[in-house]
Design a binder for this molecule. Sequence first.
Ligand SMILES: [Fe+2]
Length: 333
Amino acid sequence: MPSRLHVALSLSAAICLTGASLAKADGITVYNAQHESLTQAWVDGFTQETGIKVTLRNGDDSELGNQIVQEGGASPADVFLTENSPAMALVDNAHLFAPLQPATLSQVAAPYRPAHGNWVGIAARSTVFVYNKNKLSAQQLPASLLDLAGPQWQGRWGASPAGADFQAIVGALLEQKGEAATLAWLKAMKTNAQIYRGNSAVLKAVNAGQIEGGVIYHYYRFGDQAKTGENSKNTQLHYFKHQDPGAFVSISGAGVLASSKQPEQAQAFVKWITGKGGQAVLLNGDSFEYAVGKNTPSNPRLVPLDQLDAPAVDPSRLDSKKVAQLLTQAGLL
Ligand SMILES: [Fe+2]
């Protein structure tokens, strides 16, 4: 006859085993703020190769970042993927990320990840000035993003300040030029710019000639061109280069939550995205975002990353709270 203690021990062992195998069958939960089609392609490739199931909860950068901070150690998220770095910094500042494996970090070139290794870059996107070819000649283009604050640009350009993409650009401007200059630029933007909801809406308005140009990320035009070109046929992209604030390259990030009950699977997912398979999705897919893996080429249709002459901005320092505060102060939110 087994003792009562023995029964209790085997029972708890059995419960533990069931718990572990159930969790394994359930896989991981990813809070995803990247474009859904890109993340779905990553998930499909990862699950096919590893058999690990991934459940996605989709939202935007600040919404999901704030949700993770609020949930704290009780968050059901195993992994967080963002479109831009500020939401990564938000979660990291709350000390909610586990360090990533060195093998994952070493797959990504140093400019595309923070030095501390609590999260890593998974893709990159360039700020551009999209303009209507029938309205602006090359000579009339702004030399700097900062020029768009001048009175000559009143009513002629647009942007989507409520979006995470534009807010990352403002975060970089804040890092480079400081609070006073950023607030002054945003106040001028309030006077000068037409406000749209989403970068696709800005692209459409430029294409239709409602405005002459707009500040967006590069892939919106590439994506439209790869389809019908209907919303971009009258447009062209202007890259600011010269380390201008308008040449900012924003980094999409991935991190594993320290509270994850499936840390090995979560780490494996981030390793896969930054590895050959995940980066090939950027090379061959229709996201038109840049690959950031070492020795991984980007889509050959894009202007190469190393020709963009982007300003050096530490992605771990982008301050989403301050940006929201300044946008509100300028009347843009
Ligand atoms: Fe976007």
